[in-house]
Design a protein around this ligand. Structure first.
Ligand code: KG4
Ligand code: ZN
Length: 357
């Protein structure tokens, strides 16, 4: 097996990250370093990511992260086989900081530049950690995305469902804000939910049980009705925060389980010959233990294996970008230094509309 060593750079949201990964296809790969600075504190007073603050912070911090990633890996830049960088989708200012830096490094040492789709990074993480073979079913749940896809190759995705409104992580963050919990909301809502009664408040589960042709994709999601119900609940006054979080999380779990069950069936319809089909859960929300165990039970019931990367590889990081770059490089691809940043960049180009916000 031919192995490659790749430096990855990630600056598309509020993590400034650089990492070095080594390996060959189909994985698993070796994480040689994982330098990450989370800008959470800078954005916390605003209850969400402020794009201007993010891009300025990336500019100040990125060089140090790259130095740390190379030093921790004990491999100089000249020894990299390629420089991989997130070129989108994401906050355009941040993406530009990372992309410009990567171009400069690639030119300086005469190595290939690899432009990586951030979502592909999340999607392929389970190949880095477990060497999961193509095709597999992916539930991608993050702050900006909520999608079910068949992953047929590093550049081949078939969309089964996407959110019609909010992403799951976005719903967590908004509910946290409503309840006065600190940003980022996901982990705090999960913690509060552990001490609450999930049956205390009756909340809606939009689209549950629906797989009719009225939906563009029969595994579509919707969270806005749930979010509105949470707002009304809070407005009535006197809510117990733990019970509200537990009731919200129970609704999210029901939605994810129901939509994923549809996608498991679609995957089996499309890939009847795959002997040990695998469900991969990726993206920041995949760090949620309660969601992970509900999906594990679902997968086992349907004879699917399940792979959920460790939490630090579920939330944004540069390891996944280095790995996705490595897969692209192994397939013989690289990008010209003229390549530009993309605020939007869907995984399945056949379904552009409503995919990203
Ligand atoms: O993948 P990610 O780091 O960034 C994006 O690409 O969006 O995902 C961040 C999202 C945030 O909305 C955050 O609240 C959510 O993932 N998140 C969680 C948990 N940890 C992070 N949501 C629920 N439970 C968690 N434990
Ligand atoms: Zn992400």
């Amino acid at each position: 097996m031919h192995t490659f060593t790749v430096l990855g750079i990630e600056t598309s949201c509020d993590e400034t990250a650089a990492a070095v990964v080594r390996g060959g296809l189909p994985g698993p790969g070796e994480i040689l370093s994982n330098a990450l600075f989370s800008q959470t504190e800078a954005h916390a007073p605003y209850g969400g990511v402020v794009p201007e603050i993010a891009s300025r912070a990336h500019l100040e911090i990125l060089d140090g992260m790259i130095e740390k990633a190379l030093a921790d890996a004990k491999i100089p830049l000249e020894k990299m086989d390629a420089i991989a960088v997130t070129a989108g989708p994401g906050l355009i200012g941040g993406v530009m900081v990372g992309l410009t830096t990567a171009k400069a490094l690639a030119l300086a040492v005469g190595k290939p530049l690899i432009a990586v789709n951030h979502l592909v990074g999340h999607a392929l993480t389970a190949r880095l950690t477990d060497g999961v073979a193509f095709p597999f079913l992916l539930l991608l749940v993050s702050g900006g995305h909520c999608q079910l896809l068949a992953v047929e190759g590093p550049d081949a995705f078939r969309l089964y469902g996407t959110t019609q409104d909010d992403a799951a992580g976005e719903a967590y963050d908004k509910v946290a804000k409503l309840l006065g919990l600190a940003y980022p909301g996901g982990p705090n809502v999960e913690k509060a939910a552990e001490h609450g009664n999930p049956k205390r408040y009756a909340l809606p589960r939009p689209l549950l049980g629906r797989n009719s042709s009225a939906l563009k994709n029969s595994a579509d999601f919707s969270f806005s009705g749930l979010k509105t119900a949470m707002r009304q609940l809070v407005l009535t006054g006197g809510v117990d925060v733990n019970d509200a979080c537990a009731s919200f999380q129970a609704a999210v779990i029901d939605i994810l389980r129901d939509r994923t069950a549809n996608a498991l069936a679609l995957f089996q319809r499309d890939f009847p010959d795959v002997e040990n089909p695998t469900l991969v859960v990726a993206g920041g929300v995949a760090a949620n233990i309660a969601i992970g165990s509900a999906l594990t039970q679902l997968a086992l019931r349907h004879d699917f294996q399940i792979r959920i990367p460790p939490p630090r590889l579920c939330t944004d990081n540069a390891v996944m970008i280095a790995w996705a770059g490595l897969e692209k490089l192994a397939g013989g691809a690289s990008d010209p230094v003229s390549i530009g940043p993309r605020a939007r960049w869907p995984l399945d180009p056949r379904s552009m509309e409503g995919m990203q916000k």
